[in-house]
Design a protein around this ligand. Structure first.
Ligand code: DX5
Ligand code: ZN
Length: 213
């Protein structure tokens, strides 16, 4: 299981320290939550701050867009060469076109599904994707409780991707901790995002290791 700590739970007064800290503590990716105050009722960071993060991160960036104008934000963040850019299917009329655009910029495209969105919504896009991100909380805030129904959903998605595109990874984001990690592993999840669990833990290294099962 790969682990992508979410910098949303970092101390923004000490962002460089916290980004360096999670990278040294053995994380696999750095998860960056971009919120625009429209798609979700919260506003986070733009390219100025993410550029500063990219400069000090020694692990690849995993940019999660929670925005209304996906294409605009893809163009804004593409020069930072993240590993993944993921966008919400609920907010995109032309997902196939945007997948092609992200790939043409040399970035791995991923689609995010809100907790209520069925996995079948990406069935006809799966072969073009590098990753599907399943939200296990309602997007917008860190520190919320894990929604259990994502387990069945991940199991369904796992069957679908094994058939249609085995190299497409499954990521889960929200409320992940050492109590639910095994059930995520059991249904084929490849990457977890963890914000408050990692940043509130006495040792980020121990927290990250406890999820890398
Ligand atoms: C929620 C974000 C998550 C969040 C995870 O909108 O996408 O990445 O920061 O934080 P925890 O792990 O605290 O739920
Ligand atoms: Zn996220």
């Amino acid at each position: 299981m790969l682990v992508a700590p979410s910098i949303l739970s970092a101390d923004f007064g000490n962002l460089q320290r916290d980004v360096e800290d999670i990278c040294k503590s053995g994380c696999d990716l750095v998860h960056v939550d971009v919120m625009d105050g429209h798609f979700v009722p919260n506003l986070t960071i733009g390219p100025v701050v993410v550029t500063a993060i990219a400069k000090v991160a020694t692990k690849p960036l995993d940019i999660h867009l929670m925005v209304k104008n996906n294409t605009f934000f893809v163009e804004l963040f593409a020069p930072l060469k993240p590993e993944y850019i993921s966008f919400h299917i609920e907010e995109e009329k032309h997902p196939h076109r945007l997948i092609q655009k992200i790939r043409s910029l040399g970035i791995k495209p991923a689609i995010v599904l809100n907790p209520h969105t069925p996995p079948e919504s990406v069935e006809f896009l799966l072969k073009d994707l590098d990753m599907v991100l399943l939200m296990s909380v309602n997007p917008g805030f860190g520190g919320q409780s894990f929604i259990d129904s994502v387990i069945d959903k991940a199991a369904r998605l796992n069957k679908m991707r094994n058939k249609l595109n085995p190299s497409c990874l499954i990521e889960v984001d929200g409320g992940v901790n050492n109590k639910n990690i095994q059930s995520l592993k059991d249904v084929g999840v490849d990457i977890v995002v963890a914000g408050s669990y990692v940043f509130k833990h006495a040792s980020k290294e121990v927290a990250i290791k406890s999820l890398q099962i």
